[in-house]
Write a protein that binds this ligand. Structure first.
Ligand SMILES: [Mg+2]
Length: 128
């Protein structure tokens, strides 16, 4: 990965598992992104409210208080247009179309490699 690939891009990591959170932070810090963290769905909504210019959210699905589906639904219903990528440990029952109908732009299945993560994010944030 080139250093500073995502320089200045604002990315919110929504993840309740501490080691997963550290892992994602470590990769994205190297990419030069500006990182925000939320450990549950409610904190994610608060963070977006305070930082309306977030470019992309990496949304865990299983979260305390408000899960990733409910959180994404609320964000979309309130008119938020940022890219939202679901990250889940479980094989999803639906396909990409059903994820899109739930408000996600895309998804990644855990464990997520550094390359998968950067390639997926770049495909949304670096397109010209
Ligand atoms: Mg979780």
């Amino acid at each position: 990965m080139e250093l500073d690939t995502l320089k200045g891009k604002k990315i919110l990591i929504v993840e309740d598992d501490f080691s997963s959170k550290l892992y994602l932070n470590k990769i994205l810090e190297k990419s030069g992104a500006v990182i925000f963290n939320a450990a549950d769905g409610k904190e994610a909504l608060d963070t977006v409210q305070k930082n309306a210019d977030i470019d992309l959210i990496l949304m865990d699905i299983q979260l305390p208080l408000l899960d990733g589906y409910a959180c994404t639904k609320i964000l979309r219903e309130s008119g938020n247009k940022m890219v939202i990528i679901a990250q889940t440990a479980y094989a999803l029952t639906g396909d990409q179309e059903s994820m899109i109908s739930m408000g996600f732009n895309d998804y990644l299945i855990k464990p997520i490699s550094q390359k998968q993560l950067i390639d997926k994010i770049s495909s949304y944030l670096l397109k010209c």
